[in-house]
Design a protein. Structure first.
Length: 290
C-alpha cells in the first residue's frame, strides 16, 4: 500500500511573522551596493529612490545626465529631472561649478551615501580608475638632477607673434535666458550641463548688443511640432546663426541757414548763400533800386 502524501504547505518557522514580507537573505560577496535605509525608505516618489539606487550602483566616471538616465529608465525627462532635483534638495546629489584649464566652465556631479551635515569637511575627490582594456603605464623612476644643471633658455615672445586667446567670462544673463526658455515653451527644459554648454554662444550674442528678449524670440519662434531631437541640439543649431550687424545709420543732412531775400520782398528762406527767393524774378532787386 502506497504511503499517503500531503500537499499542505510547511508550517512557517517559529518566530516568523504571520503577515507582511519575509526576507530570504543571501550573503553577497560581489556585485552589490550598500544603500542607507533613510534613502531606501524615503517617502515620496519611487522614481527618486530608483534613480538614487541606480546612481549609487554606477562606477565613478559614468555619466548621470538626464539623457543618459532616460536611456536606462522608461520614465521621461520630466520625472527624471524632478527626481534629480529632489535628490539635490535632500543633499544626496551635489553639483559643483568649477573652472578648468583654459578658463572653461564645467559642472561636476557628486553623489553622497549620506547627506553631509553642516561643518563636515569637503570630501576629497576619488581617484580616477584606469579604463578596462588599457594597461597602466609603467612607473617611471625619478631621474637624479646634477648640481650644475645647464640654464634653461627662456623663450622670448616675438613682436609679430599673435596675442594669446583668452576665454571670455560668461555673461550671467546667458544662464538666465536659457533657463527661462521653458516659461515660453514647456518643451525647452535644459539640464545644468546643457545650460553651461550653450551659455558661451548666448554670451557672444549679448556682446553683439542683442537684447535677451530678442534672443528668446529667436530661439522659441517657429519650433517644429513635435520636437524630434533634444531641445539643446535645436538651440545650439540656432545659436550658430549669428545675426547680421545692423546697418550704420547715415547722418542727417545739414540744416541750411536762413537768408533774407535781396530781391525786394525781404522774405526769409533757407539757402547756402545770400540771394533772391524763388518767387522773386532775377531783376527784381535792380528795379527796386532804380
Amino acid at each position: 500500500m502506497a504511503e499517503s502524501q500531503s500537499n499542505a504547505l510547511l508550517r512557517a518557522p517559529a518566530g516568523a511573522p504571520t503577515s507582511g514580507v519575509i526576507h530570504v537573505r543571501t550573503r553577497l560577496a560581489a556585485d552589490f551596493t550598500v544603500i542607507a535605509n533613510a534613502l531606501a525608505q524615503r517617502r515620496g516618489s519611487a522614481v527618486t529612490v530608483g534613480v538614487a539606487a541606480y546612481i549609487l550602483s554606477l562606477p565613478d566616471g559614468e555619466p548621470v545626465r538626464i539623457d543618459a538616465l532616460c536611456e536606462h529608465f522608461t520614465e521621461g525627462e520630466t520625472l527624471i529631472s524632478r527626481a534629480l532635483r529632489e535628490l539635490e534638495a535632500d543633499g544626496y546629489l551635489e553639483r559643483r561649478v568649477e573652472r578648468g584649464p583654459g578658463g572653461l566652465i564645467r559642472t561636476r556631479t557628486f553623489f553622497h551615501d549620506v547627506p553631509p551635515q553642516e561643518g563636515d569637511p569637503t570630501p576629497p575627490e576619488p581617484p580616477v580608475p584606469p579604463r578596462p582594456g588599457r594597461p597602466r603605464p609603467p612607473r617611471q623612476e625619478p631621474v637624479p638632477v646634477p648640481d650644475a644643471a645647464p640654464p634653461v633658455p627662456v623663450p622670448v615672445a616675438r613682436p609679430d607673434a599673435p596675442a594669446p586667446v583668452r576665454v571670455a567670462e560668461p555673461d550671467p544673463r546667458a544662464a538666465v535666458v536659457l533657463a527661462s526658455l521653458r516659461l515660453v515653451d514647456r518643451r525647452l527644459i535644459l539640464s545644468r550641463g546643457e545650460v553651461d554648454r550653450l551659455a558661451p554662444a548666448v554670451t557672444e550674442w549679448l556682446t553683439l548688443g542683442i537684447s535677451p528678449e530678442e534672443i528668446t524670440e529667436h530661439l522659441t519662434i517657429r519650433l517644429p511640432e513635435p520636437l524630434r531631437a533634444r531641445p539643446a541640439r535645436i538651440l545650439a543649431y540656432r545659436l550658430r546663426e549669428l545675426p547680421a550687424p545692423a546697418p550704420a545709420q547715415s547722418s542727417p543732412p545739414a540744416v541750411l541757414p536762413w537768408q533774407t531775400c535781396d530781391g525786394g520782398c525781404k522774405r526769409a528762406f533757407r539757402a547756402a548763400e545770400p540771394g533772391r527767393c524763388r518767387d522773386c524774378p532775377p531783376g527784381a532787386g535792380l528795379a527796386a533800386a532804380c
